[in-house]
Design a protein around this ligand. Structure first.
Ligand code: GLC
Length: 803
């Protein structure tokens, strides 16, 4: 292991494998610490206890195995029981039997998890992973006899079939449509269902579940069962199922059951001997494919090969951008975990323990997809086009929609539609691919193809049509903050943040329009931007910072006039990001963030928390004080404070806030923080909570992609703009320098930044391949041009007083 990679070890574990794994060393972490593993279609979660669930394409609408959200018991999963010849029984994970292991370690890695434990002298290593491009997961179970006598072991797998909508609260109904069978030659149980929740032209609940589920083993099973009643025993328990104590399983199959899957294998191990069994669990398109896939992995070397392919795929994805900074915790997050979390968890899996999503959030996955820009911008483009297809002809969009069923939820939350032009502009900065604007996609309610440019223009025009009489945008059922769900139900309340966001988009999109030769639109947007800026700075100003919104009644929110929620974060950060505040004011509002909102856990979304539910604000005020949007650190929004501070050149502040959000540091006090130290949480409880500092809602949060971009583009300051790669580091003065390697429009850039005068920002000298370079766009930065695809360039940057 690279000696520079710190492990950040606590009593529950630390990083290993050069930071690419987190090794949990106790099964009793304060909350389940999980991995979300997906290949873009098939996915699974697995916790350090060995619990978790699986799905294909949609974690909620197409759940393969049953699971219930219980973060205290964490007792739903897919398990392997082991029984020895003396009647000892344990599990290859830790749940559900929960024997005190002689040794235990759970290594969460990139695309896989391994649980290693030793019980009754038998060592087990259970590797779980999802290979690329196949709708299945593989469990490679290796058993070693560490004792001095020969041991005969029986292995029993166990899982409950979900086969559709989750949670399956209507179990007695749904089980009536499931059939199971055992196919001897394939060592496999198959499961099908004659009903699915997706509506069709023949009505509701009137179509087959269009898949064939399978569960197989490489060893020939000595028996099987697909009936939960006979496996557990009536009134039995998962911790000690009746049939695990018997010599053979019940062999029940067919219809009429409460369906599960269990395969029994037996094997004998001489002292020192080791054996491997491969299990698969998958969701095929048809019976034949299920049998082919099940049989393919009868050969353990096929599983080894699939594991190598999985690792290679992740290495290729995560290796495109590499940073080397003086902060090993930042390197861990930037090089590995933020990218992995965003891709595997948010974009591909779209599910976790605190929220099992599955749908696409119009704004959420567009923001997430910006993570792809530095890795593979084609993926961002695909996401843009997908979301364009989920826009209505009047420019409004679904708040979220379900893949597979295409059912969506349309509401009057006011910012959703604007994320399309926002993300498009970011994509253009990275790629300069103006051709994307001409790609045509239909609308949800109009099949006629419409260029992406027009999709964006419709969104902006629609937002421009929803203003109050005095010229601020209407908040409707909420702005980015979903919890402000009742501020503007009568379409009178206004959002200051939305105005700032829209201002950014108007400026950026008028440049897009101008380049496209659409001068009229460019002029209109520039004019509207000017008016809006002026109104925000007069009507939206609260004396020392911007307030947040007005209710339908006209009453201000997020204002010093309010006893609760008297300052909000977003209207301060976006005053800077949206280019609404001029310099003295910009500094003043970020000062307010630092002095009134920033805590040792990062900047709060608002303060103080609401203690009294207000039905004219929304469900935000109903959360326990300090939780989530109600006065916690809402990490997604907190990353914008990092960006705003960096935009002002406050390297020290930007880095301090980044570090406070960095889960590696938060996790150094695990009994306060609770959550996984390797992925960002959605929220950290604020000072108005009794559990100030507790993290939650991990994995499924937009903060992963945003924190990654804040680190790379704003602190390290390597940010694409149309003209090239902008170099504008904004770092703590103590740093001596750092390096970044990344691709940009097909060329490779190796950027080495030195900071001999210990400044926080400002490029003094810049050389590309030894020659002085380049143009400047502003006083602090320089822009390195795009080079020929395939070429490699060395960029030497010296920070100091700009010349
Ligand atoms: C949740 C939603 C996201 C929203 C945020 C703030 O994370 O998924 O869309 O912006 O909450 O309310």
């Amino acid at each position: 292991m690279d000696s520079r990679v710190k492990t950040f070890k606590t009593k529950y574990g630390g990083f290993s494998a050069a930071g690419k794994e987190f090794a949990v060393t106790s099964p009793r972490t304060p909350r389940p610490w999980i991995n979300v593993i997906s290949n873009g279609d098939y996915g699974m979660t697995v916790s350090q206890t060995g619990s978790g669930y699986s799905w294909r394409s949609h974690a909620q609408l197409n759940r393969l195995t049953r699971w219930e959200q219980d973060l205290v018991k964490d007792e739903w999963g897919k398990y392997v029981y082991i029984r020895d010849d003396r009647g000892n029984i344990w599990s290859a994970g830790w749940k559900p039997v929960c024997v005190e292991p002689e040794s235990y370690r759970c290594r969460h890695g990139i695309g896989y998890t391994v649980i290693e434990s030793r019980n009754f002298g038998i060592e087990t290593e259970l590797l779980l992973f999802v290979p690329p491009d196949e709708p299945l997961e593989i469990w490679r179970l290796t058993l070693r006899n560490r004792g001095r006598r020969r041991r005969t072991l029986s292995l029993f797998t166990y899982l409950e079939w979900g086969l559709g909508q989750a949670p399956d609260w209507h179990r007695e109904f749904h089980r009536s449509f499931i059939q199971t069978e055992f196919v001897r030659g394939a060592n496999a149980i198959l499961a099908t269902k004659r009903l699915w929740e997706v509506p069709t032209e023949r009505g509701h609940w009137n179509t087959d579940w269009p898949y064939v589920a399978f569960h197989a083993s490489s060893l020939r099973p000595v028996s099987f069962d697909t009936d939960k009643e006979s496996f557990l025993g009536m009134y039995g328990s998962q911790a000690m199922p009746a049939s695990v104590k018997r010599s053979r399983l019940g062999r029940r199959k067919g219809s009429w059951l409460d369906h599960c899957a269990s395969l029994q294998n037996t094997l004998t191990l001489k002292p020192g001997q080791e054996m491997t069994v491969i299990y698969t669990l998958g969701c095929a398109d048809a019976r034949e494919q299920a049998l082919t896939l099940a049989s393919r992995y009868h050969d353990p070397s096929a599983a080894d090969e699939a594991f190598r392919a999985t690792a290679a795929r992740w290495d290729a994805l995560l290796g495109t951008v590499h940073v080397d900074t003086p902060d090993p915790a930042m390197d861990l997050m930037q090089n590995t975990w933020l990218k992995y979390q965003a891709i595997s968890g948010r974009i591909w899996g779209r599910s976790a323990y605190y929220q099992t999503g599955g749908a696409f959030g119009f704004r959420d996955q567009l923001q997430d997809s910006l993570l792809w820009l530095s890795i593979d911008p084609e993926q961002t483009k695909r996401q843009l086009l997908l979301h364009a297809r989920h826009q209505f002809a009047d420019g409004t969009v679904y708040h979220w929609w379900h893949p597979l069923s295409e059912i969506g939820h349309r509401n009057r939350i006011s910012d959703n539609l604007l994320w399309l032009p926002y993300a498009l502009n970011e994509y253009l900065q990275e790629t300069d691919d103006g051709a994307v604007l001409d790609i045509e996609e239909p609308c949800v309610d109009d099949p006629r193809p419409l260029p992406l440019y027009d999709h964006c223009a419709r969104a902006i025009d629609r937002a421009l049509g929803r203003f109050s009489e005095r010229g601020l945008p209407l908040i409707g059922e909420g702005d980015w903050n979903d919890g402000l769900s009742a501020v503007g139900l009568d379409m009178k309340g206004e959002s200051v943040w939305l105005g700032q966001f829209l201002h950014r988009i108007l400026i950026d999109f008028s440049a897009v329009a101008l380049r496209r030769g659409d001068g009229r639109r460019a002029d209109t947007y520039t004019m509207r931007a000017g008016e809006l800026r002026e109104r925000l700075n007069t009507l939206g100003w609260d004396g020392t910072y911007y307030y947040g919104a007005t209710k339908d009644s006209g009453e201000k929110l997020g204002s010093r006039e309010n006893a609760e929620g008297s300052i909000w974060l977003n209207p301060q950060t976006w005053a800077v990001i949206g280019d609404v505040a001029d310099d003295p004011r910009a500094r003043q509002v970020i000062d307010a963030v630092e002095s009134q909102l920033e805590k040792d856990i990062g900047p709060l979304l608002l303060s103080p928390a609401y203690r009294t539910p207000d039905r004219f604000v929304g469900y935000l005020t109903r959360y326990s004080p300090g939780m989530r949007e109600n006065g916690g650190v809402y990490t997604h929004a907190a990353t914008w404070a990092v960006i705003a501070a960096a935009m002002l050149g406050r390297g020290g502040s930007a880095y301090r806030m980044y570090s406070r959000l960095n889960p590696v540091h938060r996790g150094s006090r695990p009994d306060r923080y609770y959550a996984e130290p390797y992925v960002t949480p959605g929220n950290i409880e604020g000072p108005d909570s009794k559990y100030f500092g507790r993290g939650g809602w991990t994995w499924y949060t937009g903060s992963a992609a945003w924190l990654y971009r804040a680190g790379l583009e704003r602190i390290l300051g390597i940010r694409p703009v149309l003209e090239g790669l902008r170099i504008d580091p904004c770092i703590p003065a103590a740093w001596k320098g750092f390096t970044v390697e990344r691709n940009f429009r097909g060329a490779r850039y190796i950027i080495n930044v030195r900071n001999p005068s210990h400044v926080e920002c400002g490029v003094n000298k810049l050389r590309v391949d030894g020659a002085p370079c380049c143009t400047s766009l502003g006083p602090r930065e320089k822009v390195v041009p795009a080079f020929a695809p395939g070429s490699v360039h060395h960029v030497e940057v010296v920070l100091g007083a700009p010349v």
